[in-house]
Design a protein around this ligand. Sequence first.
Ligand code: SAM
Ligand code: DTB
Ligand code: SF4
Length: 328
Amino acid sequence: MNAPLPADTAPRTDWTREEIAALFALPFAELMFRAASVHRRNFDPSEVQISTLLSIKTGGCPEDCAYCPQAAQYDTGVKAEKLMDVEAVLTDARKAKEAGASRFCMGAAWRSPKDKDLDAVCTMIEGVKAMGLESCVTLGMLTGPQAQRLKGAGLDYYNHNLDTSPEHYRHIISTRTYQDRLDTLEHVRNAGLNVCCGGIVGMGESAADRTGMIHALATLPEHPQSVPINALVAVKGTPAAQAAALDAIDFVRTIAVARIVMPRSMVRLSAGRESMSQETQALCFLAGANSIFYGEKLLTTPNPETDADKALFARLGMRSMPLKDAGH
Ligand code: SAM
Ligand code: DTB
Ligand code: SF4
């Protein structure tokens, strides 16, 4: 895996929309062959990085993200809770490690964290790191100094998604701008944190929007080290849940194009696996997805049972990625 890479896989940040649209339009077999070729030039295609998610602060969020069950203004049945105690979070992290996760990701339903909230989150990060796990948090918008504080606590990854194309964005969120998101990503990058940034498909966006979303990700100043591609989890009460379900092949195409244009990033087959067949998931791995969330819950919605995922891995002859490679 450490042999020099052929020049054609050197990461480019100057992709044009036309080039990306042309990849989406390839015959499926051709697209899959290209994506799988890029995947195996950069990674062992049998290895998948495994992260476990925990919602450390659930619900009651003031933002209006149309997909999100945690937005206070939608009636979704999610109750607003306080920030969890550090000890309770670390107990869950220990269980995740025992179950085989290499990274523990903590999510909070905030627009942005208050500096005093960061005290507790930093203690959580230190505890997770002390267990030998990688750490990731997603807390909303950050200032530069906040990103630096998280880095100082030993944080490995910060998740902050672009979510959709710049054009479709206004149909999805009104309480913060695309530029706000780009600013947070800049603060995270400048603090020397690994960036985890992707989006959601299946929110009624057009094919051109899927092109626009991948284009926005692939033309950031540096490719995100981790690119989560979420299939919308349609939660009753959220506006996005009214969108027609996304065709599974279009989802696989999105993964394949992400793999081709961001060859050295980890591409995460993220939310939405619960309602996906194992065969569709297998196509996603063939298309170059090489990380997943493992554990029976995402933040507030179900994820496949761990036994089902063990069976899937056995069925496909796949294994968990050792920590040294998962830090890609
Ligand atoms: N509040 C913070 C923020 O928005 O940045 C962090 C948590 S937020 C839940 C993290 C990400 O989860 C969102 O950016 C979105 O991409 C994803 N997400 C939320 N609800 C989802 C859903 N129903 N289906 C798929 N992805 C979802
Ligand atoms: C990401 O891109 N997907 C994860 C993680 N980052 C934080 C969250 C998915 C949430 C799905 C809906 C829920 O469980 O509330
Ligand atoms: Fe709040 Fe994040 Fe959900 Fe948006 S995605 S409503 S910011 S928790």
